[in-house]
Design a protein around this ligand. Structure first.
Ligand code: AMP
Ligand code: GLY
Length: 423
């Protein structure tokens, strides 16, 4: 089969790598891709939001299956455009990707179908939101309704902070139109778990669990980022938690989307918080997590093309997912200054050492070729992934590997997986 992958991050590198493991993959293209992906896929200079160009490319190259990794094109309706052109594509249509595209929509859905989540209210004007803050309890959480690169969530300890927050989101429009509407919700505490799943409209198949580290600095300090590292599985995701989520969260979400006339085909990523009162949904995403995919996919035994096809054809019932009985840790190597200002264009060395080494993977995010050298080209540069027989071994291996890769202004968290010691 001829496959096209849309996106350019570490997640897309992990997807492309997994697709390349399949004997069914004859030729892989990636738009726009990165230096790592170009080792086994042909990278095409088309951006993920250039739907028309992507459709023309897919027709011209007789692509059999397109896989969309990123949220923006999914929420923007790329799948509808491909389907209109008669092309096979994996991902939710626009009317289903709204599960990630609008937090107000997803909160209303959960409320209507009794799916456990934090108590909330939606607001369309800053005046109403600020009035609500008068009688609210603190801390409280403000969320921009739309996509904001994972940064549109503000946790506010006081009324004054929250009032500033409402202004930032709704008046200053820090995240543009994403802040035209906001959700104000109850602050919850507990451990966070990421659970990814494949969905075919009716049936859902759950992947192994993972945990992300969203803050930039050690000890969960600093700004929110796309994710500074992950481990899989999460030792806090017990059988009891799994049973609860299957009954009250996973299938009910799929059924709710179907009942709303928005059948969901693709990946649903459940961002969960394990609270004292049981697991609750923090957020939904309509795609693989980044860097969750980097630790989940290397542990997956299935041929991923079979699973993608089963989702498209509504035949996921015929598939059982299988994962290795081991663990994986991903340490993100970033450019110092991320998620704010950082420099790029620095040569990366040490990549050869872990190439093709069993149990090690270096997934590229912000990299590119420059005069034959691989240089930094983004905030998150590489995801260094290692497997181990358990989480501690995987963590040791990942940090050992991370030491061997160098570039100017390299920055990483040193406590990815620290939570493992508390399990
Ligand atoms: P989200 O993009 O909605 O997952 O939010 C980003 C991060 O903000 C989450 O991973 C949590 O760490 C935090 N967060 C979001 N909602 C809440 C909440 N209701 N209570 C506490 N923390 C939250
Ligand atoms: N790592 C969190 C996300 O992909 O949204």
């Amino acid at each position: 089969m001829r496959i096209l992958i849309v996106g350019s991050g570490g997640r897309e590198h992990a997807i492309a790598w997994k697709v390349a493991q399949s004997s069914k993959a004859e030729k892989i293209y990636c738009a726009p891709g990165n230096a790592g992906i170009s080792e086994f896929a042909e990278c095409v200079d088309i951006k993920a939001m250039e739907f028309e160009k992507l459709v023309s490319f897919a027709k011209e190259k007789k692509i059999d299956l397109t896989i969309v990794g990123m949220d923006d094109p999914l929420v923007g309706g790329i799948v509808d455009e491909f389907e209109k052109a008669g092309l096979r594509v994996f991902g939710p249509r626009k009317n289903a990707a709204i599960l990630e595209g609008s937090k107000a929509f997803s909160k209303d859905l959960m409320k209507k179908y009794n799916i456990p989540t934090a108590a909330y209210e939606n607001f369309d004007t800053p005046e109403e939101a600020i009035k609500y803050l008068e009688t609210a309890r603190y801390p409280i959480v403000l969320k921009a309704d739309g996509l904001a690169l994972g940064k549109g969530v503000l946790i506010c300890n006081t009324k004054a902070e929250a009032t500033e927050g409402v202004k930032t989101l709704m008046l200053d429009k820090q995240f543009g139109d994403a802040g035209n509407r906001i959700v104000i919700e109850e602050f919850m505490t507990g451990r966070e778990v990421s659970v990814l799943s494949f969905v075919d409209g009716d049936t859902i198949r759950i992947m192994t669990s993972a945990q992300d580290h969203k803050r930039a600095k050690d000890g969960d300090k600093g700004l929110n980022t796309g994710g500074m590292g992950t481990f899989s599985p999460s030792p806090f995701y017990t059988e009891e938690v799994d049973e609860f989520c299957r009954k009250y969260i996973y299938q009910p979400t799929v059924d709710a989307m179907k009942a709303e006339g928005r059948p969901f085909k693709g990946i649903i990523f459940f961002g969960l918080m394990l609270t004292e009162k049981g697991p609750k949904v923090l957020e939904y995403n309509a795609r693989f997590g980044d860097p969750e995919a980097q630790v989940v996919l290397p542990r997956m035994k299935n041929d991923i093309i079979d699973v993608f096809e089963a989702c498209i054809d509504g035949k996921l019932n015929d598939i059982e997912l299988e994962f290795e009985d081991n663990a994986a840790v991903c340490v993100v190597l970033a450019s110092d200054g991320y998620p704010e200002h950082y420099d790029k264009g620095f040569e990366i060395t040490g990549l050869e050492e872990f190439k093709d080494k069993d149990g090690y993977y270096v997934f590229h995010a912000g990299t590119k070729y420059d005069n034959g050298k691989i240089v930094t080209n983004g905030g998150r540069v590489l995801g260094v992934v290692a497997k181990g027989e358990d989480l501690k071994a995987a963590r040791k291996n990942a940090y050992e590997a991370a030491k061997h890769i160098s570039f100017a202004n390299k920055y990483m968290r040193n406590d990815i997986g620290k939570a493992i010691d508390e399990a």
